[in-house]
Design a protein around this ligand. Structure first.
Ligand SMILES: *Cc1c(COP(=O)(O)O)cnc(C)c1O
Length: 391
């Protein structure tokens, strides 16, 4: 069919640059080792931090939910798609996050879009870190509020933005807790102190921090002892929680408002029973099996240290998200391809997801990796890194 020549031209440019990607097919369950192209490889690219995608308690909860409640809800939440378990999950999330209330969205992406597009009006301003997640950027695109972008984690620039926006009705400072491409952590105590000084609200997206930072994985707000001082916490149920979904943990007012005005919440069908029940079981696991989080951090320290000793550039990472930054997009893809041939899955990431000259293989170890997995992976990084003259 003709009519897409302009798309073909753009795709051809990607092919020439060596950054055109095929989707990789995983032929097994998610885990520290997965089957790709009929072969078992060590997997270093998932967000399955705690291995919960296959945790027996989550699988059992999902199976029971399917047996009792079927596979779908048949409605949006606001009509007849709110089951008792949806409300239970939200109460559990609010308790877990030490907030008054929580509301679940279909994904972390739609949670950000739903909140940011709805809670501010044209008398307001949103002030956002330049490296915030794409879903925050898209949410901001949909708001009627004015926008200010501050330099990444630059508190002087944030303060300048706060000084220059004092005439607006409501000001909302938005930041990722852990930044998804670099694995660095926002200076939240400073962000909150500044926001309080200038009477602004704070929203933190803890997608990569929930299940990873804070007591029992409560996130960066808990990690920095800022409970009660961050107005909106967004989290995902799709990463460390191991299932699917996103949520907004905040006040009852914000929850009620989003139920009436949060468009992805209003106009998209609610989570199937299996998803909701598995998420509830995941909170139980976080509360009762904190040793998973300890193991995640032990593996993170070991792997990061190994990469440093080999001489790789891991940027400013302070979390399990550890980028191996190589520069050119085509080199990152070559590194990724060669690692896969050596039995290690590490996804190459290039522009526009990261800056043009900072392409990388992004690694994320999980609680499921054994010491042997990580040693084998480091040996592959050493071999291929030398071969490609990265180290
Ligand atoms: C992954 C991610 C999201 C999206 O979460 P999903 O549940 O996968 O839609 C939102 N924000 C940040 C910072 C993320 O890393």
């Amino acid at each position: 069919m003709s009519g897409f020549a302009h798309l073909e031209a753009e795709l051809n440019q990607l092919r020439e640059k060596g950054t055109f990607r095929q989707l990789l097919e995983v032929e097994s369950e998610q885990g520290a080792r997965v089957k790709i192209n009929g072969r078992e490889v060590i997997q270093l690219s998932s967000n399955n931090y705690l291995g919960l995608t296959t945790h027996p308690r989550l699988k059992e909860a999902a199976e029971q939910a399917v047996k009792r409640f079927g596979v779908g809800t048949g409605s949006v939440r606001t009509i007849v798609g709110t089951f008792t378990m949806h409300e239970e999950l939200e109460r559990r999330l609010a308790d877990f996050k030490h907030t008054e209330a929580a509301l679940v969205f279909q994904s972390g992406f739609t949670a950000n879009v739903g909140v940011l597009s709805s809670i501010l009006g044209d008398q307001d301003v949103v002030i956002s870190d330049e490296l915030n997640h794409a879903s925050i950027i898209d949410g901001i695109r949909l708001t009627k509020a004015a926008r200010r972008i501050y330099k990444h984690c630059d508190m002087d620039d944030l303060e300048k933005a706060l000084q220059e926006t004092q005439t607006y009705r409501t000001r909302l400072v938005v930041t990722d807790g852990v930044f998804s491409m670099d694995g660095d952590v926002a200076p939240l105590p400073d962000v909150v102190a500044l926001a309080e000084r200038y009477n602004a609200l704070v929203m933190v997206d803890d997608a990569h921090a929930s299940g990873v930072f804070g007591r029992n994985g409560r996130g960066t707000v808990d990690h920095f002892d800022l409970n009660g001082r961050v107005h909106i916490q967004v989290g995902t149920l799709s990463k460390a929680i191991g299932v699917l979904g996103g949520y907004v943990a905040s006040t009852q007012t914000v929850r009620d408002y989003l139920i009436h005005r949060g468009r992805p919440f209003l106009f998209s069908t609610s989570h199937p029973p299996a998803v909701t029940a598995a998420c509830i079981a995941a909170i139980d696991v976080l509360l009762e099996e904190p040793e998973l989080i300890d193991k995640l951090w032990e593996n993170t320290r070991f792997f990061k240290e190994g990469l440093h000793q080999l001489g790789f550039n891991t940027g400013r990472s302070e979390s399990p998200v550890t980028p191996v930054i190589v520069g050119e997009g085509s080199l990152a893809m070559k590194l990724s391809d060669r690692l896969l041939e050596e039995g290690v899955m590490g996804q190459g990431i290039a522009f526009p997801t990261v800056p043009e000259n900072a392409a990388r293989v992004r690694t994320i170890v999980t609680a499921q990796h054994t010491r042997e997995d990580l040693e084998t992976a480091l040996a592959a990084f050493e071999k291929v890194g030398k071969e490609l003259q990265i180290i």
